[in-house]
Design a protein around this ligand. Structure first.
Ligand code: ZN
Length: 690
């Protein structure tokens, strides 16, 4: 590990922030980000930093303050407003108390904030206040964890850092840790007449400090480098290289996992599939079943990964879907039972009056194949995957060094059920009808496809956009990413190619773990008299996209939905032409009529699997389908001016993309409806379905 400190970059932070926030905070932001950008130091909100400085308050007095990382901020992307300023003298006095409840501590911290609208200070704020140095850095560096997650950690810490390192025995984070450090730090300084060089928290992490941001940061890097050198130089150090199994093995298992999780837990999950080198090395361990069950490498991972992962042995990607899913379901039920027993054991031992959290695993390991992680969103699943990837590396290194022995079950329980840790997960967003569901929309680069993908996404779904036109698709994805963040994914796909369609569905599985809703929308609007040769050719070409394109996506989607065993919805954009032909529009209308029949047939055939189908018959929506003279031609064919064409319906109301998207959203959520056609056309008596 090398220092990334760069004086020119530090100056840029000063230029950007110092005038408004002061030099101390500007540099505090800079080196906090340096730490946060290295995943082997801190991950996803882990670690914290602070600086002691002065502020001039509104009434003119100058006050010594502690700027400390606010809860909910990530070091890698933190900004000045992520560091609440608290009155330092008061925080230091808090450290003199012998006890303090969590509520009291939070009240003291919040009560001492200069700006009450700031985020709540880190649970380690009192500890940062206590330490005398101006800048203080705290990380959960992988290499340090490999050293301290050992039965003889004291011996190893002394070996690596010499007699000047202060090792603090494990206690729970928060006030208890601040209190303990006040005691051991005081005793250390008193007996040795100087400060320690570094402070290591057993089973937890590392603290460094300095009078400048650079000094504190550089000490962190040097200390971690020492641990890395020790870990890597140990005789058994080099991990053996494992050749990766084909990536599609995990993808073939994923729908069964997602279905099993959904069926057992009664809610929908998004999965992340990982086959990185550390996870392959770890899942190839002969002692995987035992070593994986020992516990988290540092306690605050527990809220993201649960205390242990689930290991599923003997899952074969080639097994029949129902069999594979049943096997995984049984494994999940076993995990839930063990989790419940752990909760009973620990809550009894701790006399804790707390409600049991959910019992479902977040990390599922497949020997030799890697990991599948689960969350309510792609973001949650990715966090669990990132944490476990580093866990795998730390445990491997620790096991090579000696014996992996992290913090014990009861201590993990304390952190998992600690209200201040649970608060880090944030409030659950308002529930959407499609939360945890995955929806794939074809022809999603524009028009009805785009509008429908957006509507499904706003209802909570993770959406996969497909289209033939990759440039337009990429632009559409970028547009939706602003509203949906990581819940949107895109993959180019020509629906007339079964290989393309299978690849697109596989891409959805690789990205989100499975598929629940398909809106088969891609289509073209060819014209021509069927009695002419040109019309005949147009009809045949049209069938490929306007009929078989829908059949292709239905088959590929049904495979995944059947493997999941949790139902699903396959919906089609059928158009009113299916019921009401227009002059010379046969190449469009005939396949669309056949499509309604296809939808009904799938409703019958897929009903045993709980898979529903439906179609939306929209008419005259202003989209690109009407480009290239089609609009003018259709208006002429109906004998109305172009402007009147869109309003020529019973309600005299132009029908919009949003109207159509609403109908698809309804069908996606209408659990008791299948084989249904919804018209979205402002009313057209000649096209009433019958
Ligand atoms: Zn920590």
């Amino acid at each position: 590990m090398d220092s990334l400190y760069d004086a020119a970059e530090a100056q840029r932070y000063l230029d950007k922030y110092a005038a408004k926030y002061g030099e101390d905070l500007a540099l505090r932001v800079y080196t906090s980000r340096l730490l946060g950008q290295d995943a082997s130091l801190v991950l996803h909100g882990g670690g914290n930093t602070s600086v002691k400085s002065k502020v001039t308050e509104l009434l003119g007095e100058t006050t010594d303050v502690l700027y400390v990382k606010g809860s909910g901020w990530d070091l890698g992307s933190i900004e000045p407003k992520g560091f609440p300023a608290c009155r330092l003298a008061h925080l230091r006095r808090c450290c003199e108390r012998s006890t303090m409840t969590d509520e009291e501590m939070v009240a003291q911290l919040r009560g001492q904030m200069i700006d009450p609208s700031s985020p709540t200070p880190s649970v380690e704020a009192l500890l940062h206040a206590y330490l005398p140095a101006k800048f203080v850095d705290h990380t959960h560096a992988d290499a340090v964890l490999s050293l301290v997650d050992q039965p003889n950690s004291a011996e190893l810490v002394e070996k690596v850092y010499g007699p000047d390192a202060l090792l603090v025995p494990y206690v729970m984070p928060g006030f208890i840790l601040a209190r303990r450090i006040a005691e051991v730090w005081g005793a250390w300084v008193k007996s040795k007449g100087r400060e320690p060089s570094v402070m290591i928290l057993d089973k937890h992490g590392i603290f460094t400090w300095g009078e400048t941001a650079e000094e504190s940061y550089t000490r962190m890097i040097e200390a971690v480098r020492k641990a890395e050198a020790f870990v890597h130089d140990s005789p058994l150090s080099r991990p053996t290289m494992i050749s990766a199994p084909p990536p599609d093995l995990l993808a073939r298992i994923a729908p069964a996992v997602r279905g099993a999780m959904g069926r057992v837990s009664g809610r929908s999950w998004i999965l992340s599939l990982r086959q990185t080198a550390p996870l392959l090395a770890f899942t190839n361990r002969e002692d995987l079943a035992e070593v994986s069950q020992i516990g988290c490498v540092t306690p605050d991972h527990v809220i993201r990964t649960k205390p242990t992962p689930l290991v599923v042995t003997g899952a074969h990607a080639d097994a029949p879907a129902a069999e594979l899913r049943a096997q995984i379901e049984a494994a999940i039920r076993g995990y839930a039972e063990r989790y419940h027993q752990y909760f009973e054991r620990a809550s009894t031992a701790r006399k804790a009056d707390v409600k049991e959290l959910d019992r479902w695993p977040r990390v599922i390991l497949f020997p030799g194949l890697g990991a599948i992680t689960a969350g309510k969103t792609r973001g949650e699943a990715e966090i669990a995957a990132d944490l476990y990837e580093h866990t795998a590396g730390v445990v491997d290194a620790a096991a090579r060094l000696g014996t992996y022995q992290p913090v014990g079950e009861l201590d993990l329980f304390d952190v998992e059920y600690w209200s201040l840790e649970q608060a880090k997960l944030g409030k659950a967003p308002a529930a959407g009808a499609l939360d945890g569901k995955v929806a794939l929309v074809t022809g999603a680069a524009s028009g009805i496809g785009f509008g429908t993908a957006r509507a499904l996404g706003l209802a909570g779904a993770h959406v996969v956009l497909t289209d033939r036109n990759l440039d337009a698709l990429t632009a559409a994805k970028a547009k939706l990413a602003g509203e949906l963040g990581g819940r949107v994914h895109h993959v180019a796909c020509d629906v007339t190619s079964m290989a393309d369609v299978r690849a697109a569905v596989q891409s959805a599985v690789l990205r989100f773990g499975g598929l629940d809703v398909v809106v088969s929308n891609a289509g073209t609007a060819p014209q021509g008299g069927l009695h002419t040769e040109a019309g005949d050719e147009a009809l045949r070409r049209s069938f490929e996209i306007n009929f078989f394109g829908h059949q292709n996506i239905s088959r590929a989607a049904a495979d995944v939905m059947i493997a999941q065993g949790t139902g699903g919805a396959i919906l089609f954009n059928a158009s009113k032409s299916a019921f009401n032909q227009g002059p010379d529009f046969g190449p469009y209308a005939v396949p669309k009529a056949a499509l309604v029949s296809l939808m009904r047939q799938h409703a019958v055939d897929l009903s045993p699997f709980g898979i529903r189908t439906g179609a939306v018959n929209a008419d005259r929506i202003r989209t690109e389908l009407f480009g290239g003279g089609v609009l003018e031609a259709r208006a002429k064919a109906r004998g109305v001016p172009v402007d009147e064409y869109f309003k020529a319906n019973l309600l005299h109301r132009e029908t919009t993309v949003e109207d159509t998207a609403k109908a698809f959203l309804y069908l996606a959520t209408a659990e008791a409806t299948t084989g249904c056609v919804i018209t979205v056309d402002g009313g057209n008596a000649a096209a009433f379905p019958r």
